[in-house]
Design a binder for this molecule. Structure first.
Ligand SMILES: Nc1ncnc2c1ncn2[C@@H]1O[C@H](COP(=O)(O)OP(=O)(O)OP(=O)(O)O)[C@@H](O)[C@H]1O
Ligand SMILES: [Mg+2]
Length: 395
């Protein structure tokens, strides 16, 4: 094992700046090139680790602790220096090795550029993955928020289907009683003699009413079951993970209707919803992601309405684009807020009730569709969000 002195002597010869220090920023090696770079003598070199810490971006140390290494460029004096920071921990002790490389010839710059490019690409891929997860968790969070409403929407029809089944059971019992009395009459020596008795039973059990009410009960129950089926299907469409969703040709109105269906419970007490649908061609899109946009815009419109108000959902075609518009007569958005509402985490809602992600995620989704979101709003009069989408995605 070479001694510290030998290591130090070797370090002096290397064409790289080398700085070795521990977790308390105590310097054990600062070679000649580093001292020259920072313009310090051997004594002042002891403070170099602190100097470096001040120059590094805040996450550099933590990243090299976590990932073992961090690489970046630092402006030192007039020059731009590449820094590779390596970290090693063993038995409670940690050590950092910082290597400084000055860019000189064009090849250096090119190599540096290529490395930066690779790093950026990696960062981009990581970010993309995070974005995907964010999208999915925002969707799940909104479904979570809506769960109580959806449960209510499902419970209602189940409630009356259940009570209808109770009535049906009674009706069946009555009908069987009547059938029995007919059967008795048929087997009697003089069936006609039993007619008054049968009439009496029919009246008592109100068979005329039953025969009128029964089809109605059946229709109502069927409708209830269909409603539940629809909500469950919409919910399934909605929670569909974006990861493996593929581009499809769809009817935007169908997605709008499923979304309205899911959030209806949130809106129905204070909002009258008007549909002004135009004729739309099939649109190439990621339908479940668009549903998420409709939901965000509709919920925002609902939140902007304090007591009672109206939301108008309109659609139309314009050349090779279509638009879907959500207009509310709620609070409106002031000009300076308009600059910020698409920022991630920007919300004016009380802590815990809005994440501030709705619009920024919607913006991302529409962007991915090569479309745009236009906004017009007047404080005190309301807002109009218009999504514009190309009918076919560019090749
Ligand atoms: N239709 C609207 N009318 C008035 N203000 C709106 C409207 N839509 C959005 N805003 C404003 O924009 C802000 C950001 O909206 P965004 O949907 O991004 O987040 P949020 O609704 O606050 O929270 P969440 O993440 O739950 O959607 C809202 O807090 C609100 O102030
Ligand atoms: Mg929102």
């Amino acid at each position: 094992m070479p001694s510290q002195a030998v290591l130090r002597a070797l370090g002096e010869q290397v064409k790289l700046g080398i700085l070795v220090f521990n977790g308390k920023f105590e310097v054990s090696i600062a070679n000649k090139l580093v001292r020259e770079l920072f313009g310090v003598d051997e004594v002042a070199a002891n403070a170099l680790a602190r100097n470096l810490e001040a120059l590094l971006p805040p996450f550099a140390l933590s990243q090299s602790r976590e990932a073992g290494t961090w690489t970046g460029s630092l402006p030192i004096g007039e020059r731009v220096i590449t820094v590779h920071l390596h970290h090693h921990a063993e038995g409670g002790n940690e050590a950092f090795l910082a290597m400084f490389q000055q860019l000189e010839g064009p090849e250096d710059y090119e190599r540096e550029l290529q490395q930066r490019h690779a790093e950026l690409r990696q960062a981009y891929l990581r970010l993309n993955g995070t974005q995907e997860k964010l999208l999915q968790s925002e969707k799940m969070a909104s479904i979570g928020q809506l769960a109580a409403g959806v449960a209510h929407e499902i419970n209602n029809p189940i409630g009356y289907v259940h009570s209808n089944l109770g009535s049906l059971q009674e009706y069946l019992r009555s009908l069987f009683t009547v059938i029995e009395s007919y059967e008795r009459a048929l087997r009697a020596p003089d069936p006609k003699a039993l007619i008054p008795e049968i009439d009496d039973i029919r009246n008592r059990l109100d068979i005329d009413f039953i025969s009128r009410d029964l089809p109605q009960l059946m229709a109502e129950s069927r409708e209830g079951i269909e409603r539940v089926t629809r909500i469950v299907r919409d919910l399934k469409d909605f929670s569909y993970s974006g990861r493996d969703e593929s581009w499809k040709l769809v009817d935007l109105h169908a997605g709008l209707e499923s979304t309205i269906n899911i959030i209806w419970n949130e809106l129905k007490y204070k909002v009258t919803l008007e549909r002004r649908y135009g004729e739309l061609p099939m649109i190439e899109c990621l339908p479940s992601e668009l549903n998420q946009v409709y939901m965000n815009l509709l919920l925002n419109a609902g939140h902007a309405i304090a007591d009672r108000g109206s939301i108008i959902v309109s659609t139309g075609v314009d050349g090779d684009e279509v638009w879907v518009e959500f207009q509310d007569d709620g609070a409106g958005i002031s000009a300076d807020l308009r600059q910020r509402i698409f920022d991630p985490f920007f919300t004016t809602k009380p802590v815990g009730s809005g994440t501030g992600l709705g619009l920024s995620i919607s913006y991302g989704i529409i962007n991915k569709h090569h479309g745009r979101i236009d906004l017009e709003s007047t404080v005190g009069e309301g807002s109009r969000f218009r999504i514009v989408l190309p009918i076919r995605q560019p090749k």
